[in-house]
Design a protein around this ligand. Sequence first.
Ligand code: PMP
Ligand code: GLN
Length: 380
Amino acid sequence: TVARLRPFGGTIFAEMSELAARHGAVNLGQGFPDWDGPPRMLEVAREQIAAGTNQYPPGRGMPGLRAAIADDRAARYGTVFDPATEVLVTVGATEAIAAAVLGLVEPGREVILIEPYYDSYAAAVALAGARRVAVPLVRDGRGFALDVDALRAAVTPDTAMIILNTPHNPTGTMLTADELGVVAEIACEHDLLVLSDEVYEHLTFDAGHVPVASLPGMRERTITVSSAAKTFNVTGWKIGWALAPAPLLDGVLAAKQFLTFVGGAPFQPAVEHALRHEQAWVEGLRRDLLGKRDRLSAALRNAGFDTLASAGTYYVCVDLGDGVDGLDFCRRLPAERGVAGVPVSVFTDHPGPWRGIVRFAFCKRDEVLDEGVRRLLAAN
Ligand code: PMP
Ligand code: GLN
């Protein structure tokens, strides 16, 4: 393995899912749902395979899907993107993130991450030969807030990009309008790009999602990333997308074309169908997840865990306290209690305040959540 990738090892998600499988544990670690997406969407994918949609799609993605992505954004947020030049279909949000960093950030430049950060951001920055600078979220009551002063202080003449993620994996934090406003102000003042990872845009429980590209001055400097994975319960389909002004999107495409060229031909019309016709299903998913958030949070609290607030995503965190190492706890949990979680400290460069924080995923059937909690309680 090359030096720039050596520090990353294997992903925590693979490690925890492997442990869960080995010990027959209830897997509340890796975030994937255990039920299917909209039935008609699944049928469209099957029909497309049967009808021969099995060869390379166009490099930017099928025109129908690109139009559906643009129409959906315009309808929900009022942000307008030209499907011909400003929408790119990618192999999941993961590829969109990697291609945006590889295609737009020169080696040696700095990329600001908000920590804890989704693991692929740090790896993408490393692959690009750039340097990451992590700015922490800070505890704010039962949740977290962006340390805007630390963000401002982190900007240097070498800064090229800020990567944002709201709703936020792993904490479930949603950045407030004020916080987004400060990010926008900093980005405009220093002429920075913003890569906005919005894969949980629909999974919001207390307030609606606000895309940073909708703020004044931001459309021209933002690459917005989202995905069908979390919206339509198809994490295995790997259909994601990037939206950006044409000159920026050309950079993303320049990298993407040599990473995977294209992907997921029969799934693209299925996701197009879902974006156009499955809003009611997505609203049902959101309501179900709200119930599951409350169900798991209350049960964890009853089981004696200090449970933190989650305003979006399908994750809730617990704080095990200063004395407990969350990574060690999660490595033992599947064998000792038959449950898997994910330690949050592995998503940081400054693990200190995060050492005792552990994430549980609630995108599981109620009986699975209940069984997970039953096991945690039994072992207490
Ligand atoms: N960003 C975040 C914050 C995520 O949680 C995930 C996936 N779980 C991704 C990106 C990757 O999305 P995809 O599966 O579409 O590649
Ligand atoms: N995004 C999911 C999570 O955070 C899964 C990520 C993965 O397996 N790479 O759990």
